[in-house]
Design a binder for this molecule. Structure first.
Ligand code: ATP
Ligand code: MG
Length: 618
């Protein structure tokens, strides 16, 4: 593999921690992969190398590259993982030491919400507060010291948030479950407080490597430090691309690397191998408007790139022009899947989807609603979850009347009333069945449901799903929905087929549900749609990727920068970094566009366009 001198230096550096600081497209990820290959060549054993990526997709890509470069066999492979997947493995291994029994349940977003909602009802807090509190609690956990974070909230939120947080944690503990943030938090606690476990991993990992290091939050940074014993650390990142502040990431870890690791070596890469110089210069000029940033010199040897700005009457015109331009690019020999349409705000994709469909331009969405977030998949997973985790009320409640079997809210209420403290809804249902306290119709419906759960518990995942379909009339229900214009039956059926296939790769329900939980949380995950097409992606989903031609669309005030981020100077800088990420995905052609009217209302073109315009005009 070709490496520049500077990249090579970073690869062969040894003995002290190292940080590679460089702009987009300068080969950071490539250098990191080359470093792993180099370590293996030098005789490091694969299972003693831990490489951290931010998404499952990035982990997959890195593994593919490694296999190509080193011919490694898959059963002797370094840990190439997200923080969550690495920590889950550690947590499972020492579940009892962390205060859990096995198997451990990982809560999905909706289960988390349901749990919170019940707490809010109990505490007489408006249910509308659920999302806000969920977000606050997540921020608090990613901060590393949840209680301290909450104590520092403004007075009016403090008491309430703390109470909800404590009750929520208590509930999770009582049902032997963790949410996504807890996977990291509990492992941090364990490594911090239990010396023997900490030493085990410190002995194990000789090398830890982190990609996109600028996006680490406090908790992730602390985990890295705890895992790092006598081993060595190699991080790569770009402070100009720090875009996860809203999720608690803290670019200061990146900026203060040298303070944390005084003997660290810093490496800088300047040449951009991805984009033509026109694009590098335009993106560089944009980011100069951010007062808080490191200085970096970036250039490219490639010339002949295009940076163009366009203004349209409305979103429909913008989409049609984009479609025509794409057709021209394709005629000129650019493959469809090397073209991307990137937007800051999700809803903006719709105008493009419609026009592309009418123009017969195939497209696929990156980072759209992931496979495991779709209704039918969540439903099936709720059956599987209720079978192996009978204490999980959210899943049981979800399937009680899905498909409709006459067990409505009144029945749920009844179950809640008859259960004694500590009992789950499912316990209550079994109790009611045993006492024969129900009308014959409801009795037999409930009996059928419980029967399904009992019979699938020990089946393999694919058999279990077939059993659910056979005994629950779920497919009929989907068909009914589709007739009522609620969802596409064929697509849903296909998704379930796909699920049977995917789930069938796992040996049991617990293993399958674990995997589903990890993938589901990975917002950058590709939609599992096969086939090729133009890529539609949010800026966040486009991170780390590259395309021949990029259209950054809907560049309007309130959309990009997003209205939620326009009040604070720091958040506005994060918006500008997002624009920097979007622009630097392009290799040859970059088109930035805005509309005067969107959804029938006047829209003002983005300040970022003016900033870019200033340089391309000169
Ligand atoms: P980002 O900040 O967007 O994540 P990056 O710094 O990680 O970018 P890479 O994705 O590693 O950059 O590299 C960008 C492109 O340049 C890739 O196509 C990569 O293969 C190529 N590249 C990197 N280094 C070299 C090199 N020395 N010679 C040729 N091509 C290179
Ligand atoms: Mg990269």
């Amino acid at each position: 593999m070709n490496l520049s001198r500077a990249q090579q230096d970073a690869v062969v550096h040894k003995d002290t921690p190292a940080l590679v600081i460089a702009g987009a497209g300068s080969g950071k990820t490539r250098t990191l992969t080359a470093k792993i290959a180099y370590l293996l060549e030098k005789g490091f054993s694969a299972d003693r190398i831990l490489a951290i990526t931010f998404t499952n997709k990035a982990a997959e890509e890195m593994k593919t590259r490694l296999i190509r470069q080193t011919g490694l066999s898959p059963d002797n492979f370094p840990w190439v993982r997200t923080y969550h997947s690495a920590c889950l493995q550690i947590l499972k291994k020492h579940a009892e030491r962390a205060g859990y029994t096995s198997p451990l349940q990982i809560l999905a977003g909706y289960q988390q919400q349901k749990t919170l909602q019940e707490i809010l009802v109990r505490l007489n807090i408006d249910k509308k507060e659920t999302s806000r509190l969920q977000y606050k609690i997540s921020m608090a956990k990613n901060h590393g010291n949840p209680e301290t974070f909450i104590q520092n909230l403004p007075e009016i939120e403090r008491v309430q948030t703390l109470e909800v947080y404590r009750q929520y944690e208590k509930t999770l503990q009582s049902i032997n479950a963790v949410d996504f943030d807890n996977i990291l938090l509990k492992v941090r606690d364990m490594l911090r407080d239990q010396k023997d476990i900490r030493e085990t991993y410190r002995e194990l990992f000789q090398f830890i490597l982190v990609d996109e290091y600028q996006d680490s939050n406090n908790l992730q940074e602390e985990l890295t430090r705890l895992l790092l014993g006598h081993g060595n650390l190699f991080c790569v990142g770009d402070d100009w691309q720090a875009v996860y502040g809203f999720r608690g990431s803290n670019v200061n870890h990146f900026l203060r690397f040298k303070e944390t690791y005084p003997d660290a070596r810093l490496f800088r890469l300047e040449e951009n191998y991805r984009s033509a110089d026109e694009i590098v210069q335009a993106a560089g000029a944009l980011i100069q408007n951010n007062p808080h940033r490191m200085d970096k010199h970036c250039y490219s040897e490639k010339m002949g790139g295009t940076v163009e700005l366009y203004y349209f009457y409305n979103e429909n015109e913008e989409a049609k022009w984009t479609g025509r331009k794409i057709a021209k690019l394709v005629q000129g020999g650019v493959p469809l899947d090397r073209i991307a349409v990137i937007y800051r705000t999700k809803f903006c994709s719709l105008a493009f989807e419609k026009v592309f469909r009418s123009m017969n331009i195939p497209y696929r969405m990156l980072g759209s609603k992931g496979f495991f977030e779709r209704m039918e998949i969540l439903d099936i997973n709720a059956y599987l979850t209720a079978a192996v985790f009978p204490k999980d009320d959210a899943s049981f409640e979800r399937i009680l009347n899905t498909p409709k079997r006459g067990i409505g809210p009144a029945m749920v209420k009844k179950m809640q009333q008859v259960r004694s403290s500590g009992d789950s809804l499912q316990d209550a249902a079994r109790h009611l069945l045993g006492k024969r306290m129900l009308t014959p119709k409801i009795h037999s419906a409930l009996e059928n449901l419980i029967g399904i759960l009992d019979s699938i518990r020990d089946m393999t995942p694919d058999t279990a799903i077939r059993e659910i379909l056979a005994r629950s009339a779920y497919l009929d229900y989907l068909e009914q929905l589709s007739k009522a214009d609620k969802g596409d039956f064929t697509a849903r059926q296909e998704n379930i087929e796909e699920l049977i296939y995917t789930a069938g790769q796992k040996e049991n329900l617990v293993a399958y549900l674990e995997e589903a939980a990890l993938v589901r949380e990975d917002k950058e995950e590709d939609e599992e749609k096969k086939g090729r097409g133009v890529n539609l992606a949010t800026v966040h989903a486009s991170k780390g990727l590259e395309f021949h031609s990029v259209f950054v669309v809907a560049c309007e005030e309130e959309l990009f920068p997003h209205w939620k981020s326009m009040q604070s100077a720091a958040e506005l800088e994060e918006e500008r970094r997002l624009m920097y990420v979007a622009m630097t995905r392009a290799e040859r052609c970059l088109f930035l566009s805005a509309s005067e009217f969107r959804r029938g209302r006047p829209s003002e073109s983005s300040r970022f366009l003016a900033e870019v315009q200033a340089v391309i005009a000169s």
